[in-house]
Design a protein around this ligand. Structure first.
Ligand SMILES: C[S@@+](CC[C@H](N)C(=O)[O-])C[C@H]1O[C@@H](n2cnc3c(N)ncnc32)[C@H](O)[C@@H]1O
Length: 197
């Protein structure tokens, strides 16, 4: 499930075609939270477009399941020590903890059970008082567009998720509190900073 290899070469163009600059604007909106001494973990960062907007930081761990997405991300220049990890996050183990974990349109890939597992696991990887930055889709009147995207990615990327979920609700159940939030594309997209309690 969730195999983005086939779609990797045209993913960014497709996202821009459907959502204009909103995906990029929303993903980049809170990157200012990253400080020079931050250890950052990216989950499902895709082609690494977001790396181009990164402020200086101490280290980046870039975890991605798709090898073809990682190949593209490796071509992006960043001002930090960066480690690329090709792995399924649901099987990922690490002794490290991070100041900031960033999930750009990553959590909506999972079904309910795996979403709960993923957020529980993220909680163990974020330092106390560390931040979780999430950008993703949320339910609005424009749901048909998101439903179409789900159908499309189920067909071309074996997307595991069958429907849009209330990701915010799942996160609040896992010892995170909201610090900041902003909405994009007629409220179809949210970007939030959560603090690990
Ligand atoms: C919808 S795409 C978003 C890509 C990028 N963050 C963006 O916003 O353009 C989801 C990404 O999450 C990755 N992904 C999905 N399930 C994963 C998993 N279990 N472990 C690691 N990465 C995963 C996919 O390979 C894909 O690159």
């Amino acid at each position: 499930m969730n195999n983005f290899n086939f779609i990797a070469p045209f993913y960014d163009r497709l996202a821009r075609l459907v959502f204009g600059s909103s995906i990029e604007d929303a993903t980049n909106f809170y990157l200012g939270e990253i400080k020079e001494n931050s250890d950052v973990l990216f989950l499902g960062g895709g082609t690494g477009r977001v790396l181009l907007a990164m402020p200086v930081c101490k280290s980046i761990t870039y975890l991605e399941k798709s090898g073809r997405m990682i190949l593209r991300a490796k071509t992006k220049k960043v001002d930090a020590r960066i480690e690329f990890v090709e792995d399924d996050f649901l099987k990922f183990h690490s002794q490290r903890s991070y100041d900031i974990v960033i999930c750009p349109f990553f959590l909506d890939c999972f079904n309910d059970e795996h979403l709960a597992n993923a957020i529980g696991q993220i909680n163990t990887l974020v330092k106390k008082d560390g931040k979780l930055l999430v950008t993703d889709f949320q339910s609005t009147n424009g749901n048909w567009l998101i439903r179409f995207m789900h159908l499309f990615f189920r067909a071309f990327a074996s997307l595991e998720s069958k429907k849009l979920k209330n990701i915010h609700h799942f996160i609040l159940q896992n010892r995170f509190e909201t610090e900041k939030e902003e909405f994009f594309h007629k409220n179809m997209i949210f970007s939030r900073v959560y603090r690990n309690l």
